[in-house]
Design a protein around this ligand. Structure first.
Ligand code: 5GP
Ligand code: MN
Length: 346
């Protein structure tokens, strides 16, 4: 509580604040960043949101979107760096390890700013001066809501802030379906709707704004790029750079694809391997007691949550999927162990 007072003191007088989040921000990353930014602006601060990369078109509606600086855009990079180096406070949202901001991390380390970390990922690294962390939270947006309330500023949450925070909670719970959809999630969501969040509009903007190309790409991926390992209760997509080019893929077009693999009856582990400019990006998903974040951390330089994690590989796409298949086979016991015990008991 004393710590919270120190943050309260810090934000009680105007500061130069930068808010950043992880590479390729999702709705929780961007919603928590812009939700926090809109709140801090109302408190009288000079606030800049800097993202380490671009983000999907279906997130480009939140208040403050137009002013976000993309560190990877050559036209915005210098300004982004200038803001980071001049900031006296930097908020790091929805990541727990500086590696996740890629090359932006060296500037954060160089800056003399007071670092605030708000996040819900497992195994947080200790890089901040003030932490507001909980692995029990479904979304960083849930923590931002709680923090604003604890700071005594609930009355400052307007429709725009509520929209940003609702978006992150909706997507990080998979549309209120994942096991992280707690009573607290529903209570906070109810509050956000009361404060003006337009839930129907937000779900339409995020889930129902597919381009024809994207829908065709999903169809192609399901028919041609899905491998099902029935015996291992595992299914995965493998998408090459050429595939992405063929369907004029935009940032965000592969978002959610991995869930089609997990939606198969009997499949408990799903993965998506995407060949990007800088290597293979991997998404892992699992059901029930299968822990994919440890698997991601141990073998694919990644991490995340129990049932949703990510990682990377510098091997070729083919070598990476071969490595994955081999590791799933070798680690069957550890991955599925708990489940087998549960099934044996029944
Ligand atoms: P996604 O598959 O949607 O990119 O990520 C799923 C979850 O894993 C998210 O919570 C995300 O923050 C986390 N995650 C994704 N990639 C990485 C990574 O390379 N390292 C770590 N530590 N976490 C990741
Ligand atoms: Mn999140």
């Amino acid at each position: 509580m004393q710590e919270l007072e120190s943050l309260k003191d810090r934000i009680s007088s105007p500061h130069k604040i930068v808010i950043t989040t992880h590479h390729k921000p999702d709705a929780d990353a961007l919603g928590s960043s812009l939700g926090m930014a809109n709140y801090l602006k109302k408190k009288g601060h000079e606030v800049t949101v800097v993202t380490p990369s671009d983000y999907p078109y279906f997130l480009q509606w939140m208040k403050g979107n137009e002013e976000v600086l993309n560190f990877e855009d050559p036209n915005q990079r210098a300004k982004a760096v200038e803001k980071v180096l001049a900031a006296d406070t930097i908020f790091c949202m929805d990541f727990s390890c500086l590696k996740r901001v890629h090359d932006l991390s060296s500037f954060i380390t160089k800056s003399k700013a007071f670092i605030v970390n708000i996040d819900h990922h497992q195994d947080p690294k200790d890089f901040a001066d003030f932490q507001y962390l909980s692995t029990k939270a479904a979304a960083t947006c849930e923590l931002v809501y709680e923090l604003i309330v604890k700071l005594g500023d609930k009355s400052l949450i307007d429709k725009d802030i509520a929209d940003c925070l609702y978006a992150g909670i909706m997507t990080d719970t998979g549309g209120f379906r994942h096991p992280n959809t707690t009573k607290n999630v529903h209570l906070i969501t109810a509050e956000l709707i009361e404060l003006g969040a337009d839930n129907t509009r937000i779900s339409r903007l995020i889930y129902d704004t597919n381009s024809v190309n994207r829908l065709k790409f999903i169809g192609f991926a399901i028919t041609r790029r899905l491998t099902i390992l029935e015996d291992l209760q595992t299914a995965y997509f493998s998408i090459s750079k050429k595939d992405l080019r063929k369907y004029s893929s935009q940032t965000g077009d592969t978002e959610g694809l991995v869930n089609y693999a997990l939606s198969l009856d009997g499949i408990k582990i799903a993965a998506l391997f995407t060949e990007r400019e800088d290597g293979i990006k991997i998404s892992f998903r699992s059901t029930e007691d299968i822990t994919v974040n440890k698997f991601a951390a141990e073998f694919f330089d990644g991490g995340g949550h129990k049932n949703a994690a990510g990682g990377k590989s510098s091997l070729s796409l083919k070598e990476t999927t071969e490595k994955f298949e081999k590791l799933i086979k070798e680690n069957q016991k550890t991955l599925f162990n708990k489940l087998e015990l549960i099934h044996e008991k029944n």
